[in-house]
Design a protein. Structure first.
Length: 432
């Protein structure tokens, strides 16, 4: 069998295993090792498993992942999400659609520390949804705002997805984190504008909340000093060159722990739960990483990345035509796979195409993460929508997708802006 036939068979087998609900990391590892052993030999394939696994779990660079996951677990379990939502609500909750705006702002603040889209969507399904329903917000709007706000988790630093992209492509993770700041803030602003437009066009659709006193506003702002200090400390250290990304993760995890203990928000049981939560998530991420690396060795043997590069660049579509094709592929995959699995599976194949076309790798990382996150709320199968549905039992998928539709349009406009003006993502990294 030719190497091309082996590669095609490998991809078909991989997707069949994924449809059979085999975990993505296990499926990639199994296909990679089997294909490698067929082409090179059984003994080298066995050695590859041990070497890859050991090198991945002991690599200093990869330490950024469990550290930021631990930081997010400490922050999540210390009740920061409720504080952020309460503070935002005291400031803008009295406006028409104010609770929706508060949810977007709080999602952005939580995402800036948590770094996970799924965790952000799940958390605010329990924090913000009941409040919006209590004030008479429609189910579609309430769930749509949370689904869209959850996508901020992968854009604003520290983003686990951007960190993994940086590791795979050997790009500066600090620059990737900083590159996500302005696009992340732009996303928040455009979501807020979308809510304001909905309130203007449909005056009876979104209610206004009760105005807060100045004392309540001051108390709400005072309660969120801890996450603001933590975010400024970690990102400021990265931007100023004081920390490497791995060191920033360790400092962030340590800072989140100290703040949680000093504020008496982390009991022994919550500390233990945070450690277990971060360990489980890190184990899942490393399983996918090891599987992807094994699959990557198989792809290298078959020269699939080089052949895909030659094929796409010879289509005559131009740079942006090929980019549009790649983004369309990610939108489709986003309906079927988790963001992390998508990045790990596809970037080794797509990245050589991007570099051959002359696109900036840092800018492309931001663009792809945005596209992947759009796929997580795009019908027919948005992963964030499934997460919200699993938490909010009394709402249908159709209702959630109806509510998220205006935000999908907003995301498409934002992608066009980022593609037309790369400086939006590249300005801050260029100043480092």
């Amino acid at each position: 069998m030719s190497t091309d036939a082996v590669a095609v068979s490998g991809f078909i087998t991989l997707f069949v295993l994924m449809l059979l609900r085999v975990p993505v990391g296990m499926a990639m590892g199994l296909v990679g090792v089997t294909g490698y052993s067929y082409l090179v030999g059984f003994e080298p394939a066995l050695k590859l498993i041990g070497q890859t696994s050991m090198r991945t779990v002991t690599d200093y660079t990869f330490g950024v992942i469990p550290m930021f996951l631990l930081m997010g677990a400490f922050v999540s379990n210390s009740g920061v999400s409720r504080e952020l939502f309460k503070a935002a609500n005291t400031l803008v909750g009295h406006l028409k659609g104010g609770l929706g705006i508060a949810t977007v702002v709080a999602c952005g603040g939580f995402a800036a520390i948590c770094g996970s889209s799924v965790a952000t969507a799940a958390t605010f399904s329990t924090v913000a949804y009941p409040e919006m329903r209590r004030y008479g917000y429609p189910q579609s709007f309430a769930t749509g705002v949370i689904a869209a706000g959850g996508t901020l988790g992968a854009m604003l630093p520290p983003s686990t997805v951007l960190a993994v992209y940086g590791i795979i492509t050997q790009q500066d993770i600090g620059k990737l984190f900083v590159a996500g700041i302005i696009p992340g803030i732009l996303a928040m602003m455009m979501y807020v504008i979308t809510i304001a437009i909905i309130g203007k066009l449909r005056p009876d659709f979104l209610p206004a909340g009760t105005p807060s006193t100045w004392k309540e506003k001051a108390r709400g702002i005072r309660d969120v000093w801890a996450p603001l200090v933590l975010f400024a400390f970690v990102i400021g250290g990265l931007y100023g060159g004081l920390f490497t990304p791995t060191e920033a993760g360790g400092m962030g995890a340590g800072g989140a722990f100290v703040l949680g203990v000093l504020r008496k928000r982390l009991s022994r049981s919550l500390i233990r739960e945070s450690l277990l939560q971060a360990t489980r998530t890190a184990a899942a991420v490393f399983t996918v990483l090891i599987g992807a690396l094994l699959f990557g060795y198989f792809l290298t043997i078959t020269q699939t990345p080089q052949k895909v590069t030659v094929f796409l660049t010879s289509l005559g579509l131009g740079r942006y035509g090929v980019l549009a094709l790649i983004m369309l592929m990610y939108l489709v995959l986003g309906c079927l796979m988790d963001a992390m699995a998508m990045i790990i599976l596809t970037i080794p194949i797509i990245f050589p195409v991007v570099t051959a076309l002359g696109f900036d790798p840092i800018w492309f990382g931001v663009i792809i993460v945005m596209t992947v996150e759009l796929g997580l709320i795009h019908p027919p199968v948005g992963m964030n929508v499934f997460v919200i549905k699993s938490v909010v039992k009394d709402v249908s998928f159709t209702t959630i997708f109806k509510g998220v539709a205006p935000f999908i349009l907003t995301d498409i406009i934002r992608l066009v802006i980022l593609i037309a003006f790369p400086i939006v993502a590249l300005y801050l990294p260029s100043r480092m």
